[in-house]
Design a protein around this ligand. Structure first.
Ligand code: CA
Ligand code: CA
Ligand code: CA
Ligand code: CA
Length: 317
């Protein structure tokens, strides 16, 4: 990753009294100034609305929580799934481009307030991507997908409990046994692998410790970033440095050393937004900045910084 440009917000513009009105009496300056100010604000609002209307890939009002990236509708393009502030789940179909997608967003769920997402994966191995999430009581649920742009007819299934204190890293086949697994961090900073068994029920496989000292990290997600066939962890430390933790497909600690792949990521949100978004064969990172702009950081499958420039692919997130 190159150092992302800082998402500095534009300096606030304070409209001063218009020069042409200076010859009028003081109170008229005040009134005219206020009217111009109102007109200006309305104009800004209109321009903003028009811009929002043109941008199809934008989210509506900001404050979105990401579920993750996956080819949810199975059209070979990676898609974004996110929850809005009212608990509605939206599918933003991607088009494998380095820019805004022209596809309309589609509602695929509601009532998702309070859930924390583990990620999107074909958990039960039926060929459809599923959502794994925990509720406020710490129960873990599988929401079977149906590869469609709409509500899935599959009933949710409880696949775990006692997850209240855990922070999800993501879902992937970490140990490469053909079954999707969950990686999560407990409150003491220990990282655990929960091996899945591709069933719509509790997995009987024992959890395994695969790391420690992870308190304070923010996880970007799991993917085979360096394309060596092993799933890796990407996470940001408290100073905004982005690290690659190369996995080795084992149920235990990975002997590979971590590698710095970026810096300046402090203010970005990128939960589970890793995938080959532009379909050039390299995994990419999607992240939103503090102003709600969504950026694509094209990866280069290297254990180091990518030289590719970031591209804006959305706004209003
Ligand atoms: Ca898709
Ligand atoms: Ca597995
Ligand atoms: Ca790898
Ligand atoms: Ca890519």
């Amino acid at each position: 990753m190159k150092t992302p440009d800082r998402a500095d917000s534009a300096p606030p513009r304070t409209p001063g009294p218009p020069g042409r009105l200076r010859r009028f009496r003081l109170q008229w300056i005040g009134i005219a100034g206020s009217l111009l100010d109102i007109a200006r604000r309305q104009l800004i609002k209109l321009v903003a609305l028009a811009f929002a209307g043109l941008s199809i890939a934008h989210a509506q009002s900001g404050g979105y929580a990401f579920v993750g990236i996956a080819d949810w509708d199975r059209d070979r393009h990676q898609d974004i799934i996110a929850r809005d502030a009212s608990g509605v789940l939206w599918l933003y179909p991607g088009m494998s481009v380095r820019g805004y997608s022209q596809a309309q967003r589609v509602q695929i769920g509601n009532g998702w307030n309070g859930y924390a997402f583990a990620g999107i994966a074909d958990w039960d191995r039926d060929g459809h991507q599923d959502i794994v999430a925990k509720d406020v009581n710490g129960a873990l649920w599988l929401y079977p997908g149906a590869s469609k742009r709409g509500y899935s007819p599959g009933e949710r299934v409880e696949i775990g409990n006692g997850w209240a204190g855990y922070t999800f890293v993501g879902v992937t086949d970490w140990d490469r046994d053909g079954h999707q697994d969950i990686i999560a961090r407990d409150t003491s900073g220990v990282l655990w692998l929960y091996p899945g068994m591709s069933t719509r029920s509790y997995s009987s496989a024992q959890r395994v410790e695969i790391g420690n000292g992870w308190a304070g990290y923010v996880f970007a997600g799991l993917t085979d970033w360096d394309r060596d066939g092993h799933q890796d962890i990407i996470a940001r430390d408290t100073s905004g440095v982005l690290w690659l933790y190369p996995g080795m497909s084992v149920r235990g600690y990975s002997p590979a050393d971590r590698v710095q792949i970026g810096n300046g990521w402090s203010t970005y949100v990128f939960s589970r937004l890793i995938g080959d978004w532009d379909r050039d064969g390299n995994k990419d990172i999607l992240a939103k900045d503090a102003s709600g702009t969504l950026w694509l950081y094209p990866g280069a499958s290297t254990r180091g910084y990518s030289q590719a420039q970031r591209v804006q692919i959305g706004n209003g997130w």
